[in-house]
Design a protein around this ligand. Structure first.
Ligand code: FMN
Length: 228
């Protein structure tokens, strides 16, 4: 008699959660530590049963924000593409270097252009932010700066962040994090984030309006306010 086959343990099938995440590296530099970390994040997202749309900021090149140019020509194609990729995702992950204790100017500029669309594409989207730097702080100050415009725009930025310190010595040859404790911390952060995205996407129970300042009224002249 053949041995009875035990039931398969529950597995997280790639794509099985019905979730798609945009994973964006804010550095496209060849040899970029943030690009490496973003690729790792993409792998972790897929291992948790969601699909990944991978991009770098080089995919969304835009000129410096200029209100006259917007008036004359509208929002540039790079920001249109970014908006579309955001809209096709339930959540997004941004992996960004720290420049002078803040986020890269190009990333902020892309966020500014993209914030001009209505409906405003960051609003109510779940977000996870990460950074990598050769420094001991891992670029974490840049993430606090990045949280500000994202949260201002209504993104639900996950409280935990992942900042990889001494990035130049932290990857093994196969692109994984060399330190087992860090590897565990990274995997847990992504997995917990995806649990929240799944809950927020499929079992949403609360909806709120994004209003920039309390007391502001919906009026076409206040073009940064979106109600309902
Ligand atoms: C203009 C500029 C400012 C920088 N400022 C910081 C900083 O404030 N903190 C930090 O940890 N690293 C800083 N760095 C170093 C970056 O962390 C390092 O260049 C990193 O490799 C950039 O990310 P990437 O490898 O993904 O391209 C700065 C680099 C540049 C070019």
């Amino acid at each position: 008699m053949p041995e009875p086959v035990p039931p398969a343990p529950p597995t997280r099938v790639p794509g099985g959660r019905g979730l798609s995440l945009l994973v964006l590296s804010a550095s496209a530099r060849s040899g970029s530590w943030n690009l490496k970390l973003a690729r790792l994040a993409a792998r972790a997202v897929e291992a948790n049963g969601a699909t990944v749309d991978f991009a770098t900021t080089a995919d969304f090149e835009v000129p410096a924000y200029d209100g006259d140019a917007e008036q004359a020509d509208g929002v540039p194609p790079g920001a249109v593409r970014f908006k579309e990729r955001l809209e096709n995702a339930q959540a997004f992950v941004i992996v960004a270097p720290e420049y002078n204790a803040s986020m890269p100017g190009g990333l902020k500029n892309l966020i500014d252009w993209t914030s001009r669309f209505r409906p405003q594409p960051f609003n109510e989207r779940q977000a996870l932010v990460m950074s990598a730097s050769p420094s001991m702080a891992g670029g974490n100050r840049g993430l606090w700066a990045l949280r500000i415009p994202l949260e201002h725009l209504g993104a639900r930025v996950y409280p935990d962040m992942f900042s990889l310190a001494q990035a130049h010595t932290s990857f093994s040859d196969d692109g994984e994090l060399a330190d087992p404790l860090l590897r565990e911390r990274f995997a847990t952060t992504v997995s917990n984030f995806l649990d929240l995205v799944e809950a927020a996407t499929h079992y949403a129970c609360a909806k709120t309006a994004w209003v920039e300042y309390l007391g502001e009224r919906s009026d076409p002249s206040y073009d940064r306010v979106q109600v309902g």
